[in-house]
Design a protein around this ligand. Structure first.
Ligand code: NOJ
Length: 573
């Protein structure tokens, strides 16, 4: 399939997209905004209560209007859905719940027509236990695909009889609970699964596995996909000697998995070689990109580990997720420290990215903003004015909160297993809220949404309107309007997309930084406190003008006026 010329667009005088030129060094994945869609939860086109590809197609005009440049779709491939698509049975087929290949083709064509790129979610670390590769591998010890997965006879415990006291090869724990090894009775050997036992880990030291997986990726590149998000890319290679992970007790969620330092089941040097080879495949397809999930030890900030997958800056991933921003408490000092550490870790030729929420974590609106729209505007401004690619999670732009789900409504395997200590990840995956009407416009009124809707879709959002697209779209003071204005400002001011960043010392409750590009400068000032605060001395010169302020109608129009409580102000010099 011919690659459509997505990208390269600006707004015309009426604010519509045009194909006018961007600067020569404009790259959609670098200077644009990427929006994550959890396909089950975005929009239901078929009427069965579960989101699908036609649903996404029908909402493309909304996404174009919001101004995003790329969509990352969590997995849409054929799967038994034990981990909601992160257990792939066939990498080259679409799960019937989401549609057919023809729907994917239509999505790509329509999205490209609007200048929006499509990023698919590729799971390299493991497949579903129902994948034909695993069925063959597990069928016998001499199967040609035996070595495509990680098999082991296990070890003897204290010299006691083998049959009764046999143990897994080491102490590795699955991220979803229990040992990471499962004894397979058919061939009487253990296989490794760092997630569910229905998600066996592939052996990436086998070149045939690598070649086969790269072919699956080529299938989608040839069909017009513009890039991949690589699931837990730092897990793909494991220690050859299968050494035990050391224990590292800390106050986190009470799984033994989180009490280990993952020295031997993650971040092995060979993973970088594989990523480099995959990057070479991608480089054969111009203007495609790779963003990798580099999962840290639970509750830890490890920006250096994330940055290491950027290689020298242009030979491994284009972008790597660093989750430190998600872990940072809501305060100016903390954010500055986190961001400075991340910027210092990214190689000179590399490019940072920033993310506040995703389908595995509680939403920032709940976790950091405690439901406050004023705080949400501040974080939106932080996210969209940093140096690097911002990733938005669906619903973040209207202030969706985590759902409150009862035990019987839980679908996520971790929630079902650990409830009531941990209610799992369903809470941040509730259906997108489009309207104040029945089922929030996510699906037909007579369908049952796959997860219960948040009740605030029909209620009052920031004290004035509901948490739904329809109510916020035309309201100039809404969170959605604020996101649109920020994204428009990024288009209009190359300082925000291409500029350098420098933090400015100020009151400890203020976060202030400048973005500079070719003699032009903007200053971003974020007031993280409930009091008015004066901007720092010396950064605002005469003639400075407010480009954007969350308190536009309340403050004096002077750029150097004190910032109102929780005000975000962007000033142009
Ligand atoms: C990370 C994904 O983000 C998560 O949703 C999934 O459960 C695990 N990887 C396993 O694939």
């Amino acid at each position: 399939m011919e690659r459509s010329p997505a990208g390269r667009r600006v707004l015309d005088a009426d604010g519509h997209r045009t194909s006018a030129d961007r600067p020569n060094d404009y790259h959609w994945w670098k200077h644009g905004v990427i929006y994550q869609i959890y396909p089950r939860s975005f929009a239901d086109g078929s009427g069965d209560g579960t989101g699908d590809l036609q649903g996404i197609v029908s909402r493309l005009p909304y996404l174009a209007d919001l101004g995003v440049d790329g969509l990352w779709l969590s997995p849409i491939f054929d799967s038994p859905m034990h981990d909601f698509g992160y257990d792939v049975r066939d990498y080259c087929a679409i799960h019937p719940l989401f549609g057919r290949l023809a729907d994917f083709d239509e999505l790509v064509d329509r999205a490209h027509g609007l200048g929006i790129r499509i990023i698919l979610d590729l799971v390299f670390n493991h497949t579903s236990a129902e994948h034909p590769w695993f069925l063959e591998s597990r069928s016998s010890k001499v199967s040609p695909k035996r070595d495509w997965y990680l098999w082991h006879t296990g070890r003897r415990f204290l010299g006691l009889p083998w049959r009764t006291c046999r143990r897994p090869p080491n102490n590795w724990r699955s991220g979803f609970g229990g040992s990471a090894w499962r004894l397979d009775e058919r061939t009487d050997e253990y296989y490794l699964h760092l997630f569910l036992d229905s998600q066996p880990d592939l052996n990436w030291r086998n070149p045939d596995t690598e070649a086969a997986m790269f072919d699956q990726a080529r299938f989608w590149l040839d069909r017009g996909a513009d890039g991949f998000r690589l699931d837990v890319i730092n897990y793909i290679v494991k220690d050859l000697r299968l050494r035990n992970n050391p224990y590292h007790p800390r106050l986190t969620f009470p799984r033994l998995h989180d009490q280990q330092l993952h020295l031997y089941d993650r971040n092995q040097p060979e993973a970088h070689e594989i990523v480099r080879r995959f990057r070479a495949v991608m480089d054969g397809h111009p203007e495609t990109m790779l963003v990798g999930e580099v999962y840290p030890n639970e509750g830890c900030m490890e920006p250096e580990a994330s940055a290491s997958y950027l290689g020298s800056g242009n030979d491994e991933l284009h972008l790597a997720f660093d989750f430190s921003l998600m872990e940072t408490p809501f305060n100016a000092r903390g954010y500055r420290k986190t961001l400075e550490r991340w910027y210092a870790a990214v190689p000179r030729e590399g490019w940072p990215s920033h993310v506040l929420s995703n389908h595995d974590k509680p939403r920032a609106m709940t976790r950091r903003c405690r439901g406050s729209f004023a705080r949400a505007r501040l974080l939106a401004t932080l996210l969209l004015t940093q140096r690097g690619t911002p990733f938005l999670y669906y619903g973040e732009e209207i202030g969706m909160r985590d759902g409150r789900l009862r035990r019987h409504a839980l679908r996520d395997p971790t929630g079902r297993k650990y409830w009531p200590f941990f209610s799992g990840r369903d809470r941040s995956r509730t259906p997108m809220q489009w309207t104040p009407g029945p089922n929030a416009g996510f699906c037909r009124a007579d369908a049952k949404p796959w997860l219960p809707l948040n009740t605030d879709h029909s209620g009052r959002g920031d004290g004035r309107r509901g948490v739904n697209v329809e109510s916020q779209r035309e309201a100039p003071g809404s969170l959605l309007s604020w996101y649109r204005r920020l994204i428009e400002a990024r288009r209009a001011h190359l300082e925000l997309t291409h500029g350098s960043i420098e933090f400015v010392d100020s009151h400890r409750k203020l976060l202030v930084y400048t973005r500079e590009y070719e003699e032009r400068r903007v200053i971003v000032m974020l007031n993280f406190s409930r009091r008015r605060r004066s901007p720092p001395d010396g950064v605002l010169v005469a003639g400075a003008r407010i480009l954007l302020s969350t308190h536009g109608s309340l403050t004096e129009p002077r750029a150097d006026a004190p910032l109102e409580p929780y005000e975000a102000r962007v000033v142009s010099i």
